[in-house]
Design a protein around this ligand. Structure first.
Ligand SMILES: Cc1cc2nc3c(=O)[nH]c(=O)nc-3n(C[C@H](O)[C@H](O)[C@H](O)COP(=O)(O)OP(=O)(O)OC[C@H]3O[C@@H](n4cnc5c(N)ncnc54)[C@H](O)[C@@H]3O)c2cc1C
Length: 380
C-alpha cells in the first residue's frame, strides 16, 4: 500500500499551491467581503485546466486521476474555499457525470465547453420540498415532439449565478411508478430558465449560490443525459464522486486553519512567552493535526478506490463525514487559539470557521452520510 504521492502528484500539488497562494489567497478576502465571484480569476484558472481536471485531453481536460483531483481541491480550499467549491462542483458533479453518462454529440456540445472552462457547470437536485429526500423532487418534464418542456424550481445552486450549463434533475411525466427520473442539460440562455438573486451565505460567500426556476423551458430531446428513468442512478453515482471533492475541500479548510493557527501561536506572546509554549495550546494543535491527517487518509483512500474502478460509496461518505466534521472542529479550535482576534476579520481563521460549516450540509448532510455508511456496513 502506497501512502506517499507519486512524483507527478507532488509536482501537481506544488504547482497548484503556488498559484493558490499567489492568486487565490489575496482574492479570498475580497470575495468574502463583497460576495462577488471574480470572473477574471476563473478565466485564468480555465487556462490552467482547473475546470477539466479528470476529463481526457481529447475533450480539453487535464486527464488526471481522482487522487490528483482531490489534491487540487485541497490546495485551493486551503486558502480560498469559495473558489474550491466552484471547482469541486464544476468538476465533480457537472463535468464528471457529463463524461460518464453523455454521448459523443453531448461531449462536443457540452463537455468541451465545460472542460475548457468556457462554461461553468451546475448540479441542480435540491428543491424547496426535496432536500435530503431527493426522490420527492417535483420538477417535471413533458415530451412534445422532439422537445422536453420543463417546469420546476431548484434552490441552492452552487455556481448558479455564473453558470452556462446546468444539469437539472426532474421526472418525466407521466410518472406512474414515481421512478421516471431523468437529467436534463439546460443551457443558461434557454428561454424559460430564470436565475434568482444569490443567497446571502454565512460562508463560501464568494460563490454565487442561487435558485433557478424553469417555466415552460423547452430543450431538444438530445439534451437528455443518459435515458429516461436513469436520473436516480446518475445522481447517486455522481454524488459518490462529488463527496470526495467536498471531503477534499473540508480537508483543505482544516489544513489552512491549522497552518494559520500554528503561525499565530508562535507569534502571539502572553505571560512573557509565545502561547505555543502552553500545554493547552499544544493540546489544541495536536488534536487539530491528528484530525487533519486522519481526514487526509480517508480522502485519499476513497480517491484511490475510485481510480481503481472499485466501489467507493461508503468510503466517500466516510471521507465526507469525517473531513467535514474535522473541518468544523479544527476551525473552532483555531478561533480559540486566536483568542479575541479570532473573532474578528483581522485574521482568516474567522472566515475558515464560517466556510467549514456548510461541508456538513451540502451533497448530503452528516446525518445522511451516516445512513449511507450504516447501510454499507450492514451489507457486508
Ligand atoms: C451553500 C450551499 C450550496 C449548495 N449547493 C447545492 C447544489 O449545487 N446543488 C444541489 O442540488 N443542492 C445544493 N445545496 C443543497 C444541499 O445539498 C441541501 O441543503 C442538503 O441536501 C439538505 O437539504 P435541506 O436543506 O432541504 O435540509 P433537510 O433535508 O430539510 O434537512 C433538515 C435536517 O433534517 C435532517 N434530516 C433529514 N432527513 C433525515 C433523516 N432521514 N434522518 C435523519 N435526519 C434527517 C438533516 O440532516 C438536517 O439536519 C446547497 C446548499 C447550500 C447551503
Amino acid at each position: 500500500m502506497r501512502l506517499e504521492p507519486s512524483m507527478k502528484q507532488a509536482v501537481i500539488r506544488r504547482t497548484v499551491r503556488k498559484y493558490s497562494e499567489q492568486r487565490l489567497a489575496p482574492a479570498a478576502v475580497e470575495m468574502d467581503r463583497t460576495a462577488e465571484f471574480p470572473l477574471d480569476i476563473a478565466g485564468e484558472m480555465a487556462a490552467l485546466q482547473f475546470f477539466g481536471i479528470e476529463i481526457p485531453s481529447t475533450y480539453g481536460g487535464a486527464g488526471l486521476e481522482t487522487v490528483s483531483y482531490a489534491m487540487v481541491i485541497e490546495e485551493i480550499s486551503k486558502v480560498n474555499a469559495a473558489m474550491g467549491l466552484c471547482v469541486a462542483v464544476h468538476n465533480g458533479v457537472a463535468a464528471s457525470p457529463m463524461h460518464m453518462f453523455g454521448n459523443e454529440e453531448q461531449f462536443q456540445r457540452f463537455l468541451i465547453p465545460l472542460a475548457s472552462g468556457r462554461a461553468i457547470g451546475t448540479f441542480c437536485l435540491t428543491e424547496p420540498n426535496a432536500g435530503s429526500d431527493a426522490s420527492s423532487l417535483e420538477t417535471a418534464a413533458v415530451r412534445e415532439g422532439d422537445e422536453y418542456i420543463l417546469n420546476g424550481n431548484k434552490v441552492f445552486v452552487t455556481n448558479g449565478g455564473v453558470s452556462g450549463i446546468n444539469l437539472i434533475f426532474g421526472r418525466v411525466l407521466p410518472d406512474h411508478k414515481g421512478k421516471n427520473f431523468a437529467v436534463f442539460i439546460v443551457e443558461s440562455h434557454r428561454k424559460g430558465l430564470e436565475k434568482g438573486p444569490s443567497e446571502d451565505l454565512m460562508g463560501m460567500r464568494g460563490n454565487p449560490v442561487c435558485p433557478i426556476s424553469l417555466n415552460d423551458c423547452r430543450i431538444p430531446v438530445e439534451n437528455l443525459l443518459g435515458g429516461e428513468g436513469e436520473g436516480l442512478k446518475i445522481a447517486l453515482s455522481t454524488l459518490n464522486g462529488g463527496r470526495i471533492g467536498i471531503a477534499a475541500q473540508a480537508l483543505g479548510i482544516a489544513q489552512g486553519a491549522l497552518d494559520v493557527s500554528i503561525r499565530y501561536a508562535k507569534e502571539r506572546h502572553q505571560f512573557g512567552r509565545p502561547i505555543s509554549g502552553f500545554g493547552a495550546i499544544q493540546g489544541f494543535l495536536a488534536d487539530m493535526g491528528t484530525r487533519v491527517e486522519a481526514a487526509r487518509l480517508l480522502v485519499y483512500r476513497a480517491s484511490d478506490l475510485r481510480d481503481k474502478g472499485l466501489d467507493h460509496a461508503s468510503e466517500s461518505a466516510m471521507a465526507k463525514l469525517f473531513a467535514s466534521e474535522a473541518a468544523v472542529e479544527v476551525t473552532k479550535l483555531g478561533v480559540q487559539i486566536h483568542g479575541g482576534y479570532g473573532y474578528t476579520k483581522a485574521y482568516p481563521i474567522e472566515r475558515f470557521y464560517r466556510d467549514a460549516k456548510v461541508c456538513e450540509i451540502y451533497e448530503g448532510t452528516s446525518e445522511v452520510q451516516r445512513m449511507i455508511i450504516a447501510r454499507g456496513l450492514m451489507k457486508r
